[in-house]
Design a protein around this ligand. Structure first.
Ligand code: IFL
Length: 443
């Protein structure tokens, strides 16, 4: 079984060719895939707005053995669906590394050696997301160290030490060195091997090739790829533009059904260079734009002085959001705000701390997205960062160790920093409120 074949038999009656899965007999038509129609998303003939969560560890929970926790995964998906979440942004692959603040195990143990248990976990996640009609964005690399990522590729192929910036405390140096990933031919070859392996994979549970699965919304090049650090050189910028264009083209050459996105933070991930953001995203191989908003990480918000820093943080956030809508208009593509977050009150990591400031921030962001979408701006929705659900920090210092629960905060940060837990009732209510509102927008 597990064979897919195209059919047009009833095309005259239904007006379109489709694809039939011999696995489950379900008919899949072009319209089942999320597509970008000018500046908006469409699915099944209707406008499609993303009410999404970041859920990087979804595939890990789906694994049949080891770190897998399938019962928890099902519960998480049900909880998210119940508050209107219709999209998940998930880490597809990780690279085994010695870096202290990275997750283990990893899907790639070493070049060419992949962990089938974790890949079956991803299959399971996709199958369960499909049952709940939640679409998925899969990212295929990471600029940051918490899943190995580009640094680990360089360790493999350049022989340079994979220096954990949480240890060296030198993020500028880390970012500068990471930019070599884009021009290292051997690293790119293995990265493409991995891309091909995942894109061409046949889901062991549904029998559907990933490339034919409408539950997948988009392939994403990486989490938060940057051209280097804030002082990226013209050569680094050129290499970055080329890498985005050529990698996205490569994915499209393997898969004609799905959109491809970069995973960029927007200006913050483009050395604050609007021209670079435009030049790296104007390629026809990038179907929509992404941007991220991190007021605390970027020094706009001081959680020790929330009242004093709030107005400035919100003004800067609004300007950041608005400037990206202008960029999306220039490129005539939809844009997804696929990461944003703020910490708990009092900068606490404790699940017992309230989330008043975060809720206030979420409401600001949601209003921006909803109001803009309603008036027809090129807005396709949001993914908040991140779903922590039923996961709980195990350690007094809140740092993850192998064997502990996964939560929304990856191992490079304290567990509880930005996670939305299943006990954060006010945040959950707020997400539901705006999911309902976005669902009323028709185009
Ligand atoms: O955890 C971080 C993640 O690596 C990311 N962006 C910001 C998150 C919170 O700091 O992609």
């Amino acid at each position: 079984m597990k064979q897919l074949y195209k059919f047009c038999a009833t095309a005259l009656m239904i007006g379109a060719c489709g694809i039939v899965s011999a696995a489950d007999g379900a008919t899949v038509g072009k319209g089942d895939f999320v597509t970008a129609k000018k500046t908006h998303f469409a699915r099944k003939g209707q406008a499609y707005y993303i009410v999404g969560a970041n859920f990087w560890y979804g595939g890990y929970l789906g694994a049949p053995k080891g770190v897998g926790e399938r019962a928890r995964l099902l519960k998480e998906l049900d909880s998210m669906r119940a508050i209107g979440i219709n999209n998940l942004r998930v880490l597809a692959v990780s690279e085994k590394t010695d870096m202290k603040s990275a997750v283990s195990p990893a899907t790639t143990a070493k070049p060419g050696e992949y962990d089938e248990n974790l890949l079956v976990g991803l299959d399971f996640l996709m199958a369960e997301a499909a049952k709940r009609d939640m679409t998925v964005v899969l990212y295929l690399n990471n600029f940051w160290q918490w899943s190995g990522g580009m640094t680990q590729y360089l360790n493999w192929f350049e022989g340079t030490p994979a220096l954990d910036p949480n240890v060296t405390k030198d993020y500028d140096d880390y970012m500068k060195k990471n930019a070599r990933f884009y021009v290292n031919a051997a690293a790119q070859k293995e990265y493409r091997n991995v891309i091909q392996k995942i894109v061409k994979r046949v889901n062991t549970i549904t029998g559907k090739p990933y490339s034919e699965d409408p539950i997948l919304m988009s392939w994403q090049l990486a989490n938060e790829p940057r051209p280097g650090n804030g002082n990226a050189t013209p050569e680094e910028k050129k290499a970055y533009i080329k890498w985005i264009d050529e990698t996205a083209a490569y994915i499209h050459s393997l898969d004609k059904n799905h959109m491809v996105s970069s995973g960029s933070e927007g200006l913050a991930g483009s050395a604050q260079d609007a021209q670079l953001f435009l030049d790296s995203h104007r390629t026809k191989h990038i179907d929509y734009l992404t941007y991220h908003l991190w007021p605390k990480n970027w020094g706009w918000f001081d959680s020790k002085d929330p009242t004093g820093s709030w107005d400035g943080a919100i003004t800067k956030s609004r300007n950041y959001l608005t400037s990206h809508i202008d960029l999306a208009k220039k490129l005539d593509k939809p844009i997804v705000l696929e990461e944003f977050g703020l910490d708990r009150d009092g900068a606490s990591f404790s699940i017992k701390a309230t989330t008043k400031i975060r809720d206030r921030f979420y409401r600001e962001v949601f209003d921006f997205v909803y109001d803009g979408a309603k008036k027809g701006d090129p807005i396709a929705g949001f993914n908040f960062w991140a779903w922590g659900g039923a996961g709980r920090a195990a350690n007094a210092d809140y740092w993850w160790k192998p064997g502990n629960d996964f939560v929304g905060d990856p191992p490079q940060e304290e567990q509880g920093l930005y996670s939305v837990f299943d006990s954060d009732t006010s945040s959950l209510k707020l997400i539901k409120e705006y999911a309902d509102k976005l669902n009323t927008i028709k185009r």
